[in-house]
Ligand binder design. Sequence first.
Ligand code: DON
Length: 641
Amino acid sequence: MVLARPAFVVAALGLAACAVFPDLDERALPATPKHGIVVCEEAVAAAAGLAMLERGGNAVDAAVATAFTLAVTFPEAGNLGGGGFAIYAPHDERRGGGGRRSAVAMDFRETAPAALTAEMFLDDGGELDPELANRSALAVGVPGSVAGLFELHARAGRLPWRTVLRPALTAAREGTMSASLRWKLTSSGMRERIERGGGGGTFYPGGDYASGGGGGEPPAVGAPFPQEALARTLERIARDGPDGFYRGETAQALVAGIAARGGVMTLADLDAYRAIPREPLRGWFRGNEVLAMPPPSSGGVALLQALSILDGFPLDQEREATLATVGGDGTSGISGRAVHWWIEALRRAFADRARHLGDPDFVDVPVDELLSPDWIAARRISIGERADAGVLPLELALPDAIGGGADTTHIAVLDTDGNAVSLTTTLNSNFGTGIYLPAVGFFLNDELDDFAIQAGTPNQFGLIGGEANALAGGKRPLSSMTPVVVRDGGTAATLVLGARGGPRIITAVFLAILRTEVYGETLAETQRAPRLHQQWSPPQTFLEPGWDARVVQELRNRGHAIEPTTTRTAGLSGIETTVGGEPVGVPDPRNPLAAVGVEDGGVEVSRSVHAGDPRWAAATRGDGRDVDWELLERAAARTDR
Ligand code: DON
């Protein structure tokens, strides 16, 4: 509904503005979206969120229901044993008041157990042992998801807690094997990781396998796949809230399972865990307010730095000149010179990440300075016409590659009141450490690899760091997760974005904002366009296939080390709308089974959303026809039981 704006009417009559300028409460709010949308990476979980919206729940109810359901239907990344971040942006925001009318950046990142030290991860020669950092019980951070989802819901949810847990419970009790999970279970390396971690009996049943009944094949797509232990855990959480996880039976099973594998997490570590509601970072880019995650995420700072640096370059003139001469890719007016600026901006932001960012409750993170006009201007001035791989050298070794696969997943929700939730959750690697606790039915994260456990030694993503991100008991490892909400003129949400992909998350979100705001592309067009990735170290820039050859040549001419990559660089889930318009959910075509739920419109998978775009027709992950549409109906229908 578009309301009149009394303030402006009165001002036009020539009355003294100071006397009549109303309070925010009295002022008209921007129009709200025409329908609600949920975007995530799995269809049953999208249906769960949608069911909340259709029952009168808000974006928070939907995001929380979707996150819990992903823990059942998408356990490669959806989780109870991991952590994440969420940005909540209410439509009628009142700054600083707390509660449901204030935006919040919910930090439910895992913490290091109190007794953990960096030395525990070193081999006999004093070198970091990647096996310990990624696959052992030492790598497991104190999980944050249950506390974070509870806090978010308590602050701004509308439906009862039990109701938002209901779809996940139904999916756990009555679930069938999804195409997406089966695809993952049969992909390279997963059987070994899961059977070794104790999940063989659940995910590869049928054999008489010493490690817990595995050795068989995963159930066929659509075959019954109830997860009873997980259902019991969810039931305890539904009944007791965080106490159903951080205390009692679940906590005891967690600590016992970790201790049996040589970990050091205690009941006291679990009991002490708290999600932290933080003030979101607020930056501006081209008339839009960008609400982003502060440390211990590096995502918000790096994104805002890169956008701010670029904002001083003549992007529009360059685009117009390119369109006029068709010297770029011929469609969006993206030239090699502009992409050179993008890369150099990213390089500087990632250099600052490595040096300055860490958990603000343990180290002094100079966020204000890193985002200050002087700091940004200095970085801008340092960018010339040629690639500059020597920027801001840290005295740290340079790895020669970035790491490959791993797992995380993003949920974007917008409701008809205009409230937005952007929530990223992760176990870090696929199925985390691979350690699965049959008694409670979930996987444990390997998030502590995100610390710079040994200064200068790269982690699985090739990221290096120093003191700011050193490991310490109780501390949160630095993250790249970048949930954002972009608001038109600081009011209505027009983009809700986030991604999977380690450091590539930051570049994926950066590219989506840049391409929509500067190059006039729709979010769907930005999703289908090839991405690039640059993270300062290593110095190369990685390009997905499909870039215009002239742009690539120009980058090489300017001295850029360009490396083609066939690794899909990230997976972005997003929503785009105009103020008061019809919001569009845009899953990433790189995952054809990612899903969009539209209020009063049902659920659709990415494969059909992007159908007709030949570039993505051959995407490999399953087939929309394999989605368990019946379970989806049941999960949605039974939420009110
Ligand atoms: O928090 C982080 O930055 C990482 N643990 C995220 C891992 C990730 O995105 C892997 N995804 N594909």
